[in-house]
Write a protein that binds this ligand. Structure first.
Ligand code: UDP
Length: 381
C-alpha cells in the first residue's frame, strides 16, 4: 500500500513522534509531506522514511485562530494544496496526521479521489481550539475522511460530542518499542553524575514548555516537598511559548529553587533521562489527549504521578500502576511526590506493574497491526 502522510509541523511533538512509528512499516512505498522544515525532517531521514518539505513558508493559522485569520491564510495555502493534489495521485491513500494536514488532505482527497485517513491526536474541545477551527475539523472529517483514528477514548468522545460521526472513528493507542526503554545501569550512573543528581530524589517532567502542560504546578509542588526532592524539566517551547518560559524561570527564582530545578531543554535521550529519575510527573492542567510520556515512564519502570483527566485515565489505574492527582493542585501533587519518596516498597511494586501493563498494551508491533488492518479495510471498501 502506497501512503502519502501529511503533517504540518517541522518540530517533533508527540503526534510527530507517533507518526515515525506508524510510517516505518510503509517506508519503501510512502512519503511524508511536511508543511514546515525543521528537526522533525531530520529525524525522519535518520529513520530512513522518505520526507519532503512541501511548503516554502510557514502557515499563519494556529489552533485558536479565528475564521478571518483562517480565510486570510487560504491564499498562502493554494500552492501547497496544488502540490499535494498532484502528489496524492501517486499514492493509494492520504493520511493526515494534524489539523492543517486534514484541511489540505481533505481537498487533495476530493480532487485526487484518494481515500483520506485522519489521525486525531487532539481533544477537539474549546479548551484547546477556537470554535471555528473545531467546526472546520469536524466538518472536514465528517465529509471527507473514510476513517478517523483517535489516540484515546477521550479524544474519540470529544470528537463525537463536537458533532463528529460515530461510524468513522476507531481508537488506536500510540505504540512503543519496549526495547527502546531498557537502559544500562552504568550509563544511568554516568548521566546522574553529569547532571549532578547523585543523592537527590529526582522528579522528571518531560514535555514541551507550554502553560497547559503545567510545569508551573510542579515547581509550586516542589516548594512544598522535602529539600532532597529535585526536578528536571525536559523539553522546550516548541510553539512560541517564550513568555511562559520566562515566567517559569522567574517562579523558580522567587521560590528560591535554583538549586532544585534544572531546565534541560529539548532532548533526544528520553529513556536514559527517565532512567535517572525516581519519579516522573505529568501535570497538564487541561485534559491530555493521550500522554506519551506517561507510557514511556511506565516502560522505563518508573513510578508516574499524572493529572487525572482525558486520556490519562485510560493509561493509569490509581494505586495499581501509577498515581492520579487532581489537575492544577500543587498541594496534592506534593503529597503524592512525598508518598513516593517515603513508601519505597509500594512505589516499586506500582512501577513494576506499570512496566508489565504498558509493555503488553502499547507494544508498537501490535498497534501497527491494528492500523494495518484498518487501512486495508478502507482499501478493500
Ligand atoms: N519529548 C522529547 N524530548 C523532549 C521532551 C519531550 O522527545 O525534550 C517527547 C516525549 O518523550 C514524548 C513526546 O515528546 O514522546 C511528547 O508527547 P506527549 O503525548 O506527552 O505530548 P504532546 O507533545 O503530544 O502534547
Amino acid at each position: 500500500m502506497r501512503i502519502f502522510f501529511l503533517d504540518q509541523s517541522g518540530k517533533p511533538g508527540g503526534a510527530e513522534l507517533c507518526l515515525i512509528d506508524i510510517a516505518k512499516p510503509y517506508r519503501d512505498n510512502a512519503l511524508i509531506g511536511l508543511f514546515a522544515d525543521g528537526p522533525f525532517r531530520i529525524l525522519l531521514q535518520q529513520n530512513n522514511i522518505p520526507v519532503e518539505v512541501l511548503a516554502t513558508q510557514a502557515i499563519q493559522v494556529r489552533k485558536e485562530s479565528s475564521l478571518v485569520q483562517g480565510l486570510k491564510s487560504l491564499g498562502q495555502l493554494a500552492p501547497l494544496i496544488i502540490k499535494v493534489i498532484k502528489k496524492a495521485r501517486e499514492y493509494d491513500l492520504i493520511y493526515a496526521n494534524t489539523q492543517k494536514a486534514l484541511v489540505v488532505g481533505a481537498l487533495a482527497s476530493f480532487f485526487s479521489r484518494r481515500p483520506l485517513v485522519y489521525h486525531l491526536h487532539d481533544i477537539l474541545s474549546t479548551e484547546h481550539f477556537s470554535q471555528t477551527n473545531l467546526r472546520i475539523a469536524i466538518n472536514l472529517a465528517n465529509r471527507f475522511a473514510s476513517l478517523v483514528i483517535a489516540n484515546s477514548e477521550a479524544s474519540k468522545t470529544a470528537f463525537m460530542q463536537a458533532g463528529g460521526r460515530r461510524d468513522i472513528i476507531e481508537v488506536v493507542y500510540n505504540g512503543f518499542d519496549p526495547k527502546n526503554y531498557q537502559t544500562d545501569e552504568f550509563d544511568i550512573n554516568l548521566l546522574r553524575q553529569k547532571l549532578e543528581l547523585q543523592g537527590k530524589f529526582v522528579v522528571g517532567h518531560f514535555s514541551r514548555l507550554a502553560p497547559w502542560k503545567g510545569q508551573h504546578i510542579l515547581i509550586d509542588a516542589l516548594a512544598k516537598c522535602p529539600q532532597e526532592v529535585t526536578a528536571i524539566l525536559v523539553g522546550d517551547a516548541l510553539f512560541g511559548e517564550q513568555d511562559y518560559v520566562k515566567q517559569l524561570h522567574q517562579q523558580v527564582a522567587e521560590l528560591g529553587l535554583e538549586n532544585r530545578v534544572k531546565f534541560l531543554g529539548f532532548r533526544s535521550d528520553i529513556p536514559q533521562l527517565m532512567a535517572t529519575c525516581d519519579l516522573v510527573a505529568h501535570t497538564s492542567t487541561a485534559p491530555e489527549p493521550f500522554g506519551r510520556v506517561i507510557v514511556e515512564a511506565m516502560l522505563c519502570g518508573k513510578p508516574i504521578v499524572a493529572a487525572k483527566a482525558g486520556g490519562v485515565m485510560e493509561l493509569v489505574e490509581h494505586g495499581f500502576n501509577g498515581f492520579l492527582v487532581t489537575p492544577g493542585e500543587p498541594q496534592e501533587l506534593a503529597q503524592a511526590i512525598t508518598t513516593c519518596l517515603q513508601e519505597t516498597e509500594i512505589t516499586a511494586t506500582i512501577a513494576d506493574n506499570a512496566r508489565t501493563t504498558a509493555s503488553r498494551r502499547f507494544d508498537v508491533a501490535i498497534i501497527n497491526q491494528q492500523i494495518a488492518q484498518l487501512l486495508s479495510q478502507i482499501m478493500s471498501a
